[in-house]
Ligand binder design. Sequence first.
Ligand SMILES: Cc1ncc(COP(=O)(O)O)c(C=O)c1O
Length: 484
Amino acid sequence: MTPEQFREAGHDLIDWIADYRAGIGDGPVLAAVEPGQVASSFAPSPPSESVTMTSVLDELNDVIVPGITQVQHPMHYGWFPSNASLSSVLGDMASSGLGSLGISWESSPALTEVEQVVCDWMRQLCGLSERWSGTIHDTASTACFVALLSARERASDHAQVSGGLRDPDRPLTVYCTAQAHSSVRKAALLAGYGADNLRVVDVDPQTYAMKSDDLAAMIESDLAAGAKPACIVATVGTTGTTAIDPLAAVAAIARQHDCWLHVDAAMAGSAMLLPEQRHLFDGIEEADSLCWNPHKWMGTILDTSLYYVADPEHLIRVMSTNPSYLQSAADGKVVQYRDWGIPLGRRFRSLKLLFHLRLDGIESIRARLRRDLDNAQWLAAEIEANPEWDLVAPVPFQTVCTIHRPLGADGMPLNGEELDTHNRAWVERLNRTGNAYLTTTVVEGRWIVRVSIGVESTEREHVEALWALMQTTADETALSVRPE
Ligand SMILES: Cc1ncc(COP(=O)(O)O)c(C=O)c1O
């Protein structure tokens, strides 16, 4: 494709994206396809002829769009807000258009230095101190893996460059709660700690936050048994209920035992952009590493996960390989981001953040976050005022956790498995309509419903519409199973 052909096709694509986004609220939220349906729309063998841009756009419309669950839809309340602000989409396009190769500072000085600048701007916007140095990973899962590798190497005095992890009598232990994201367990296993050495700390039954006393007791008992506590992963904004682990107390325990503290604020970290919310992150300055995803609630398109460390030298020592073919005269004078993570080649990811900040402006982003917090409080108040509904967790951010508790056949409110079945059933029924989308999850053994508010286009009227839908769908579901 020549630049002139690109210009023409590119205009068509931009028009297509603009129309698509403008009309997203008119279609269903949930992808209405069966497993295998999208794949079977394609010929089994690869295309041998080129086609026009018009045919490619037809394929997008006819085959691909129906196979997408529309997380940019204003009635999407599932998982977490996975916003993809159009300003950051332009940054993504600029990144692709530049086609830069980020394997060293020399291969694209601007790629490295804009990432440094933007990470530092984001640090300042979050009210974090100057002790933090940042980089952009693809996801919080990668960031957590890097943190656990760093913790492992600190606790083992850099065993990776000698015998590796070989001492089963003095295992390295990792601590988190059952509410921590599954990526923590995955990272601990991949980093070689072993499932037997991953400790699950108790949570407070009301807030679902880590009990720091339980953490301290577990560490003491591990030390007594000869283990070496290596890493605590604390979460601000857990996946299920957006619980907040008590960072200050956890950090004091981490310091006492020279244990690495990683803070996973993947979803809720956006709230640090709001000065009035920063008290929820008290203690974060004591951590060794922290991660949050602008590609969630803040709305910079995937994959933009900020990872900050207090000691970049340690990170570099763990991650650096420095082969001869990558050495250059700039070494020692510049940041080499390949030594801050796992991949060698990197995209110009910082352009997504740069465009987002420049074109939307931080104050409009902050206003949107505040709107979402208000909407969550509004819904929480509606739920609390309705005797058939329970609010099942505090609402510090934009996620509201609830269950519908109708009367059962015996005239008593449903309980136990019946209650679980009912709540899963009405959510499934609501999701199938395509009018809205919610997710359920198990918290401390019970199924609950999560309303994750925060899609860029979700206004109060949408949350009101959702609440009305929740009530009618839950009532209809209860009636359909209640005997006459
Ligand atoms: C608290 C928390 N941590 C980590 C993750 C994983 O994020 P990523 O998809 O960037 O790996 C999530 C995703 O929902 C999350 O909620």
